[in-house]
Write a protein that binds this ligand. Sequence first.
Ligand code: DGL
Length: 267
Amino acid sequence: MLEKKEAPLGVFDSGVGGLTVVREILKQIPSESILYYADTAHVPYGSRDPQELKGFARKITSYLVDQGCKMIIIACNTSTSLAYEDLQTFFPLPIIGVIEPGVEKALKTTKKSRIGVIGTVATINSGVYQQKLQAKNPDAQVYAAACPPFVPLVENGLIAGADTENTVANCLSPLLEKNIDTLILGCTHYPFLQPVITKVIGSGIKVIDPACETVRKVGEKLKELKLFAQGANPSYHYVSSKSPQDFRARGSVFLGEDLGTVKKVIL
Ligand code: DGL
């Protein structure tokens, strides 16, 4: 049995998107071990039914808890928006989502209180970003847009080129008319499209990738609970619910290092 401090952080997403959170973990808290679950059998999450998505989140969290994880990071905005409260009620360990940190960062960043948020259909329809931004700053003008083509583009590695730029431009054009000064990437897949997004929107709009703030929060929580890993040899394990070789190939390119053998785990 691992001492609790040395136990892994349990991280999950529908696919490669949560690796944007993993890369921040590697940067900010590199002594932590990671167990990552990619639910590739069900990607994309964004067009699925909320009840079904809650069920996936519970099963995956249950698996990560059974594997001995000391904390759960929901590296998925869709699951955070629909299942965060449910998971917190159901599981007796610290659980961190990606939405609150993104909201806080956006409110600190905006000068004009005009904020755009993009995400999956399920995230945008849940209204969670809009509610949280306005609850913390009632003057905030929030403009939200779902971008359903983005996750398939990223999962297929199509993160550059003219077709991708056209798709991104089409999805973002309604927001660009709103005079926003800050844009939240409310889906963990989207930071992989950030170069194209920046090209389309220009440098005048600040782009928020919630991963950075999320991992800062994870670090604070580990400190508060005295759960920081002390060892010098963190381990990284990746599992996926479908096509583990494809996940390894794509994920290794995105993360910039080999993920190693990816096990298939169907829940
Ligand atoms: N990366 C996830 C998110 O942040 C899920 C995207 C999807 O599978 O549709 O919302």
